[in-house]
Ligand binder design. Structure first.
Ligand code: NAD
Length: 347
């Protein structure tokens, strides 16, 4: 089986290597296809996301991606397609998602025993729409006195993520889908998102549905960890709400993710490139390792995915081999080796 590897920046190379080691420890044979991105792609093709990279990702169909450093004020980039058309995106991550037509970013948030404190029972999956909202990148400056951005919601995209959320709930024995929005203020954009979720909910009478405003959702998830099950939300709220969830369970280093489309899927941790700890060998590899498990499940290797998830859980709950973000003093390599050993002993 071929898996694309986008090493990324910062801690990216360290945690992608760790994840490759764990996936290999399942005993499955994988062919790793290194695909250049960012600096590597600029060196080879003169662009951070050249069409060669987009085509390579479409060819492998599944890839594991390390995080990318995005300039805070000048992250915009333009991709020129083979037919000469130009497509401008607000950031490299956004460009990858949209060039590959990836439309949903599932981010599971699962409590990890004592490490997650009173959020040990937190078990929710955030389904974040990733093709539109304010992250569409349609913004401009008005001289130096103002700037404005457009927030886009379409029926097609809202219904697609809603349907994905309900289908996921049905397949995975989950009981409740909650639309998270701010339709009391954004009557038209978030209003349409909410109405689309309500429409799709009618097709799934076996799954309960409700909705919650984003500000109240932040409050409820802190106060009552079992309030949410599957959360269906738009791009920006999902981005922020999932980091809150990661903080509640103990670390961004525990929160995996995926970007799924009809023809390709890219699996990456919820966190960023963590430049503050890059190169020190102390990054927590677990979020990306769990993203690797999501990849295996996506390609039909559910038993291997479950073995990895169980091995990770066993190591985290034992609490002897933890990286500094979880209060330990183990290195990325120690944690990776411990997970591989656990995986092999359980097979
Ligand atoms: P971040 O998620 O990289 O880091 C936030 C904090 O969490 C830091 O203190 C970091 O050390 C810690 N952290 C994150 N992942 C960790 C891990 N695996 N192990 C241990 N600690 C971890 O967010 P940031 O600092 O705001 O962003 C850094 C860069 O990453 C920026 O350029 C940002 O644009 C980029 N970013 C990329 C992605 C992506 O590629 N998908 C996502 C978010 C941010």
């Amino acid at each position: 089986m071929r898996i694309g590897i986008l090493k990324g920046n910062g801690i990216g190379p360290e945690i992608t290597a760790a994840t490759q080691q764990v996936l290999t420890a399942t005993g499955r044979l994988f062919e790793w296809v290194d695909i250049p991105i960012a600096g590597e792609a600029i060196a080879l093709h003169g662009h951070p996301l050249p069409q060669e990279t987009v085509e390579a990702l479409k060819a492998v169909r599944v890839a594991l991606k390390g995080p990318l450093i995005v300039d805070k004020l000048q992250g915009r980039l333009t991709c020129v397609h083979r037919d000469g058309t130009e497509h401008t995106y607000p950031s490299l991550n956004n460009a990858i998602r949209r060039e590959l037509a990836l439309f949903v970013n599932p981010r599971p948030i699962l409590g990890m025993g004592a490490l997650s404190g009173r959020h040990a029972s937190l078990d929710m999956v955030i389904m974040r729409e990733i093709t539109e909202d304010v992250y569409i990148g349609w913004e401009h400056q008005i001289g130096d006195i103002a700037a404005e951005a457009i927030k886009l919601t379409t029926r097609v995209a809202a219904e697609r993520v809603a349907r994905f959320s309900f289908e996921f709930a049905r397949k995975n024995g989950r009981k409740l889908v909650t639309c998270v929005h701010k339709a009391n203020v954004l009557n038209y954009t978030d209003g349409l998102f909410l109405r689309c979720c309500r429409d799709v909910a009618k097709e799934f009478p076996d799954i309960a549905f409700d909705d919650c405003m984003i500000d109240a959702a932040c409050y409820h998830v802190v106060k009552n960890p079992t309030r949410f099950d599957v959360v269906c939300t738009s791009n920006q709220y999902g981005d922020i709400f999932s980091d809150l969830g990661a903080g509640l369970i103990g670390s961004l280093g525990l929160a995996p993710g995926a970007n799924i489309g009809p023809d390709a899927a890219v699996f990456e941790a919820s966190h960023g490139a963590a430049p503050d700890i890059a190169g020190q060998g102390i990054a927590n590899p677990i979020a990306l390792i769990l993203s690797g498990a999501l990849l295996l499940r996506h390609v039909g290797l559910a038993a291997d995915a479950l073995r990895i998830e169980r091995a990770v859980r066993a190591i985290v709950l034992a609490g002897h081999v933890l990286t500094p973000d979880l209060g330990g003093n183990a290195t990325t390599q120690h944690v990776t080796n411990a997970i591989c050993a656990e995986l092999k002993s359980s097979s």
